[in-house]
Design a protein around this ligand. Structure first.
Ligand code: ADP
Length: 469
């Protein structure tokens, strides 16, 4: 069952119960008050008749001291006639509770008569021929005789009023319930609108539309829930995109890896087959063997780089307080002696939180790439300076440069701008990917500025304060 219908039915049931119980107690209370009033009047009338009977009995001359039955009947008849128009009914009985006089229509039931005792005035509600009466009974003591006087007061109207009240109230309640049900239907639909919108959004998202958001239609708790849901959907969408990108990158990586593996392997297999199937002259034999050797070396270098990347992704880092002059000294020892490329070193002394061996690998890769991109006689500048945000390293060359659209991609594994040029220089497109991973451990990243034909500058900044890797 729909939630809005549940709200609707709960309201209808509550309203019906409230109206029913409220109406019943109200009408019943009015009825009780009326009955109390009627009972008081019946008792008063009983007292008046008692007084009237005793007075009449005293005033009637009699030759006997004891009141005769015929006299009692006569007084009873006179008292009944005296109340003509009021529907007065009475019954007189002697000391043995034998009826001496009874108005026409007086009930035959003598239960009350038996219950009447001295000094008491009893009453009960009696029903006869679909009419209701308050029957009263009292004891008279007149001229040495004990008599019983009973009266009946018609209260059918009071009961009728109660029945009419119930009927009116029932019809009114039904009418109110019908109208309020229609009204409540719209209210419950309006109240549950945010739930419907959220359900719709959930279904859309389940079907793959992650950008769908639920419309916020209120500022209450439901509105807050919608807001939170949309926020959660935003975070989920972001994470899903990230995951998708990661999967794509992984697939690209595997495709590039298989390709990079296939190229040297094809050459190695081809030349090995040549060597084993034919007798070659010495020069061709040497060239084939050399090809197998260099391609094998390339495979070895590639597998070592890959291993480095995987290890650096998994490892934690212990930063040490390192002296930058150690790094520059190390590079100087390797490159200053180079004859075809002219290396220039310029740096400010300083200390940085770093793992020195990893930074050496980064700078070696950058310097190697600068050499590969340069022509003999070109200059490569390696510099270091302090800035507010940290120590800035840069490796600048005046070589082939990189087109702007490629700068973003060269840190991806196996990406090479000029594949044949890179492969001819033993490259596999893994050096910068490794640098990026190692710099990530130092909370840093590669910044690349390059102009095709003019050269490139690769730089990175090591933050001064230790922040953990
Ligand atoms: P490789 O092992 O091929 O050098 P890298 O990841 O180090 O792999 O570099 C990726 C590609 O970026 C290289 O193939 C090269 O085309 C380009 N590249 C890197 N450094 C430079 C540079 N200083 N000048 C021009 N191109 C560069």
């Amino acid at each position: 069952m729909k939630f809005s219908y549940k709200i609707l039915f709960c309201c209808i049931i509550t309203m019906a119960a409230a109206f029913g119980a409220g109406g019943y107690f109200f009408i019943d209370d009015v009825f009780r008050a009326s009955m109390e009033r009627e009972t008081t009047q019946a008792m008063d009338e009983s007292s008046i008749l008692q007084f009237a009977f005793e007075t009449a009995a005293l005033n009637i001359p009699s030759k006997y001291d004891i009141l005769q039955n015929s006299v009692i009947e006569e007084i009873g008849s006179n008292l009944e006639k005296g109340g003509q128009g009021t529907g007065r009914l009475l019954r007189l009985s002697d000391e043995d509770r034998t009826v001496l006089y009874a108005s026409e229509g007086f009930v035959e039931d003598t239960a009350l008569l038996c219950a009447v005792e001295e000094q008491t005035r009893a009453y009960q509600v009696t029903c006869a021929d679909d009419r209701y009466f308050i029957q009263t009974g009292t004891m008279l003591n007149s001229r040495d005789r004990i008599l019983y006087l009973e009266t009946m007061r018609d209260v059918t109207e009071v009961y009728g009023e109660r029945s009419r009240g119930f009927a009116v109230y029932r019809n009114m309640t039904l009418l109110i319930l019908v109208f309020s049900s229609v009204f409540m239907y719209f209210i419950s639909s309006w109240l549950t609108k945010p739930i419907r919108l959220l359900t719709q959004a959930t279904r859309k998202m389940t079907a793959g539309d992650y950008s769908y958001r639920a419309e916020q239609v209120s500022l209450d708790e439901m509105g807050q829930l919608t807001q939170d849901f949309n926020h959660m959907a935003g975070v989920l969408e972001e994470n899903i995109h990230k995951l998708e990108e990661e999967v794509r990158a992984r697939e690209d990586f595997i495709a590039a890896f298989s390709h990079e593996l296939k190229t040297p392997l094809t050459s190695i297999i081809g030349y090995a087959d040549l060597l084993r199937s034919r007798r070659l002259d010495e020069e061709k034999h040497f060239l084939s063997a050399n090809y197998i050797y260099t391609e094998g070396k390339r495979l070895e270098a590639m597998s070592l780089r890959l291993l480095d990347i995987i290890v650096s992704k998994r490892r934690g880092l212990e930063l040490q307080d390192a002296d930058v002059s150690l790094l520059f000294g190390y590079l100087k020892d390797i490159y200053e002696a180079q004859e075809d490329i002219h290396f220039v070193f310029q740096y400010e002394p300083g200390r940085i939180p770093a793992e020195i061996d990893l930074l050496k690998t980064v700078l070696l890769n950058l310097a190697d790439n600068a050499c590969k991109a340069s022509e003999p006689g070109d200059t490569v500048e390696v510099s270091g300076r302090k800035t507010e945000e940290g120590y800035l390293f840069s490796v600048k060359d005046y070589g082939v440069g990189i087109p702007e659209e490629e700068c973003q991609k060269i840190t991806e594994a196996f990406y090479m701008v000029d594949k044949s040029r890179s492969r001819s220089r033993n490259g596999a497109g893994l050096g910068l990917a490794l640098c990026a991973e190692l710099l990530k451990l130092h909370r840093s990243k590669l910044m690349i500025e390059s102009t095709p034909g003019k050269g490139s500058c690769f730089s990175f900044r090591i933050p001064c304060e230790r922040g953990g890797g």
